[in-house]
Design a protein around this ligand. Structure first.
Ligand code: CO
Length: 285
């Protein structure tokens, strides 16, 4: 089976599995680890650490090894799952409402549904943004304008092209067989994200020689992610704090910041991976 199709199916399967685990009082770390191990047992690898971002944190929250947080009543929880099979990626997300925010969840979900329907070869990407913006505004909310969908390629989650969540005027046209992730974010806030704390999610920037032997050892481990984002939590070494500090200082790795809604508004998200000319790949069997 084609790796893109396979990655999409596993991502969808795991998203469905994960959303059922997210309940009040459950540990975020425990659930994150369960979801990641499910990816592997289905024959995939995480394309990035499982993101479970709550309330005004829009994206880039992954539990650290020390994370003590549990889901609380009222939380609006976004689960974003990326799976790769030989580098081919399936990326999808869903929002779980542990409070009374059904309309906000519907806003991003129906925006995604409408957007997916219009995808075809030759379409200007601004048209996707326009549909998303309109649908979210119809619900009484705002799209988050500086978060967007993205083109994907082998071992590359963000392969250049941006799929906007509003009409940004970009007339770039979709091409046949392009793989894109469409991910509307809706908020009752201002509609913009800013950078927050560190996320525990890292990316290899550039391999360079490094003197410190711990840093060298950890760099060797990091290389196996082949440029995809990874979690510090994944690395099992008592010297990892030191090694990560050195690698960050040497600009060999980069830590992604959490992305938080600028006015502390609640944020919902929905996402599918779509192949132009073929349709949604993140569908269960
Ligand atoms: Co994505």
């Amino acid at each position: 089976m084609d790796d893109w199709v396979k990655a999409g199916k596993i991502a969808a399967e795991v998203l469905d599995y994960g959303k059922k685990l997210i309940k009040i009082d459950e540990s975020i770390l425990k659930i994150t680890e369960k979801i990641e191990s499910r990816i592997k047992s289905l024959g995939g690898e995480p394309a990035f650490p499982i993101n479970i971002s709550t309330n005004y944190i829009a994206a880039h929250y992954t539990a650290s090894k020390e994370d003590k947080n549990r889901f609380k009543e009222g939380d609006l929880v976004k689960l974003d799952v990326g799976v790769h099979v030989n580098g081919a990626i399936g990326d999808n997300a869903v929002t779980i409402d542990l409070g009374k925010n059904k309309l906000l969840v519907d806003a991003s979900k129906s925006a995604l549904n409408e957007a997916v329907k219009i995808v075809k070869e030759g379409l200007e990407v601004r048209e996707i943004g326009k549909v998303i913006q309109t649908k979210i505004q119809e619900h009484g909310f705002s799209p988050v304008i500086n978060l967007s969908g993205h083109r994907m390629d082998i071992f590359n989650v963000h392969a250049g092209l941006t799929i906007p969540n509003y009409d940004n005027g970009d007339k770039t046209r979709l091409e046949k067989d392009m793989i894109i992730a469409i991910e509307p974010f809706a908020t009752n806030g201002e509609g913009k994200v800013i950078e927050g704390k560190g996320s525990d999610i890292f990316k290899l920037l550039k391999k360079k020689p490094v003197r410190n032997e711990h840093a060298r050892k950890i760099l060797k481990i990091i290389e196996k992610y082949q440029g995809l984002p990874f979690a510090k939590r994944w690395i099992d070494s008592s010297m990892k704090d030191l090694a990560f500090n050195i690698l960050e200082r040497e600009k060999i790795i980069h830590q992604y910041p959490q992305l938080i809604e600028s006015s502390r508004g609640l944020v919902s998200q929905a996402e599918h991976t779509v192949m132009v000319g073929k349709g949604i790949l993140t569908k269960k069997e």
